[in-house]
Design a protein around this ligand. Structure first.
Ligand code: 3PY
Ligand code: MG
Length: 257
């Protein structure tokens, strides 16, 4: 499928991926107003995390409305056809599919996001039908698809995964990768080498590579070192550190009653 379709709703994100990269905000707490506030500074896209976040189907749908012009990507619950189709039915511009370890899994994820004849996605859903399915289809037949490499097996297969036709980027999950390598919670040289191997595999395939970053400062550093997708802020850390900082002013430490 042509990835320079100017009528595609995902095209502005694809252009940024090829240019300066994507700086994301990330939302796990299942709160529509929190996502609305957090997306206001104007990051390139907001991610609604359906894998580890507290979102249900309705709140994820409402978050897409509340975020208005901010493009939304959904991190899906898993790599099943139904999880990918359901996430896209919300009106999201694309999906980030977790725990992909093989090229066959990556190919299936891409196919699950595309309508026939390019894939197997079922047509339907409140937003697509409400918009008028023909118009929806014309703009959303080619959503952004990213797969997460976050296991030792995924790193081993990174070169093959990165060559998956129709894939927009690979996204590294550093936390799960550390668990898989056996160096959680202190990533070591093996972790660094694994991330570098994935980045190089993507470079060789001409594919953008991103990774989850836990702070804006780290996001900036990673962007400067060749990664094309980073997370500037996530709601759990922003809320937790914000309250902790306020408590410090009063000399209150975590655990004080
Ligand atoms: C990981 O670090 O494993 C992630 O999935 C980040 O969200
Ligand atoms: Mg993970």
């Amino acid at each position: 499928m042509d990835h320079t379709d100017t009528t595609s709703a995902a095209q502005p994100l694809r252009d940024k991926l090829r240019g300066s990269g994507l700086v994301l905000s990330w939302f796990s707490m299942g709160s529509v107003p929190l996502a609305e506030l957090g997306a206001r500074p104007g990051f390139d896209a907001a991610v609604i995390d359906l894998q580890h976040g507290l979102w249900d189907r309705m709140s994820a749908h409402l978050a897409v409305s509340a975020l208005g012009a901010t493009p939304v990507l959904m991190r899906t619950l898993n790599d099943s056809d139904s999880a990918i189709g359901e996430a896209l039915d919300s009106g999201a511009r694309g999906v980030i599919v977790p725990m992909i370890a093989t090229a066959a899994q990556a190919r299936r994820a891409v196919a699950a996001a595309r309508f026939p004849p390019h894939g197997g996605r079922s047509g339907g859903g409140v937003r697509p039908i409400g918009e008028g399915f023909a118009a929806y289809h014309a703009r959303n037949a080619d959503p952004l698809v990213a797969v997460m490499i976050e296991t030792v097996e995924g790193v081993r297969n990174a070169a093959e995964i990165a060559r998956t036709p129709g894939l927009d980027f690979v996204f590294i999950g550093p936390g799960d990768l550390a668990l898989s390598i056996g160096c959680f919670p202190e990533p070591d040289a093996r972790h660094q080498a694994a991330c570098q191997a994935v980045l190089e595999a993507c470079d060789a395939a001409g594919l953008a590579c991103g990774l989850f970053t836990f702070s804006a400062e780290l996001a900036r550093t990673r962007l400067d070192s060749g990664y094309k997708v980073v997370v500037a802020a996530n709601d759990i850390d922003i809320v937790a550190t914000g309250f902790a900082r306020a408590a410090e002013v009063f000399g209150v430490k975590a655990g004080d009653g």
